[in-house]
Ligand binder design. Structure first.
Ligand SMILES: C[S@@+](CC[C@H](N)C(=O)[O-])C[C@H]1O[C@@H](n2cnc3c(N)ncnc32)[C@H](O)[C@@H]1O
Length: 274
């Protein structure tokens, strides 16, 4: 990424904080993107030493986002709220959903300024649909939801996705991942959908612990969660088949290369609000 990018961002009052590794840019590096800086690549290199399957896991996670979005859109949902969007990577969520229904409206939210500087790629909607970007923190659901309500009708079902996001939220009394999901849930209409993917220690406990340590030592909160902890996030929701499984096992497309639970080390699930 050209160094001038950070300077251009600074001229618009955006501090990309390029001397510290950011999770969005490390993820972009795993996916083979170029929107990352030396500090991100250094931390990503340590992450790959700790958990050599990080690239495979990132691609498997993207695959879950594609399949779950397609499945939810095929169920007739035409409003999407994607929190922790990441640096735009084609196909983006709205592109997948609008292939099913061109009238889909999608709102994206992320707290990393690097995503804001690339947000125009997320605003490339079909004429029938609409997309919007909100700079917001998942720990402040009200702000994200209020901004999303300018584009989405929250009195109708919405598909809320939090993919590869909540493992960057450490549990603290009253402020954990479950509290965040509950706060979003309280504002959603019955018939809404929730898609979550999340890093887990269940398959590769030692490598997972090493990876969590790399993120924490780079200044990013991180917490891998077990199957039971994931299930708790879906309190009040009805899980769709096949329930909570590793990302490659969630309704795989026929003929896709086999990825093991250990390589993915990430759970995924989709649920419907009763
Ligand atoms: C690993 S990326 C996942 C991107 C995309 N959801 C996907 O699954 O391909 C995690 C994203 O979550 C964002 N993120 C981390 N903490 C966040 C927070 N507290 N609020 C909003 N976004 C956050 C990061 O900036 C990054 O873009």
């Amino acid at each position: 990424m050209p160094d001038g990018t950070a300077q251009q961002a600074a001229q618009h009052g955006i501090n990309l904080d390029i001397h510290r590794a950011h999770s969005a840019r490390m993820y972009d590096y795993y996916l083979g993107g170029v929107t990352n800086f030396p500090a991100d690549r250094e931390a990503a290199g340590r992450a790959l030493d700790a958990f050599p399957n990080a690239r495979i896991a990132a691609h498997a996670n993207r695959g879950f986002m594609h399949r779950s979005t397609r499945a939810i859109a095929a169920l007739g949902i035409d409003q999407f709220l994607d929190v922790g969007t990441g640096i735009p990577t084609s196909p983006n969520l709205h592109e997948i959903a609008q292939q099913v229904n061109p009238a889909v409206r999608a709102v994206y939210a992320d707290n990393d300024p690097i995503v804001l500087t690339h947000a125009e790629a997320l605003l490339d909607s079909t004429p029938e649909g609409r997309t919007a970007y909100v700079q917001g923190d998942v720990r402040d659901p009200g702000t994200i939801l209020d901004a999303a309500a300018e584009t989405l009708d929250l009195d109708r079902p919405v598909a809320l996705s939090m993919n590869a996001l909540l493992h960057f939220i450490a549990d603290r009394p009253g402020h954990g991942a479950a509290d965040i999901v509950a706060a979003f849930t309280a504002r959603l209409a019955p018939g809404s959908y929730l898609a979550i993917s999340h890093f887990t220690p269940d398959f590769e406990p030692e490598a997972t612990a090493r990876l969590v340590h790399v993120y924490r030592s780079s200044g990013t909160e991180a917490q891998a969660r077990t199957h039971a902890e994931l299930a708790a996030l879906f309190h009040g929701w009805h899980l769709l088949d096949p329930g909570i499984v590793s990302t490659p096992r969630w309704r795989p497309d026929p003929g896709t290369p086999a990825i093991t639970d250990e390589q993915a080390s990430c759970y995924a699930a989709v649920a419907r609000l009763r």
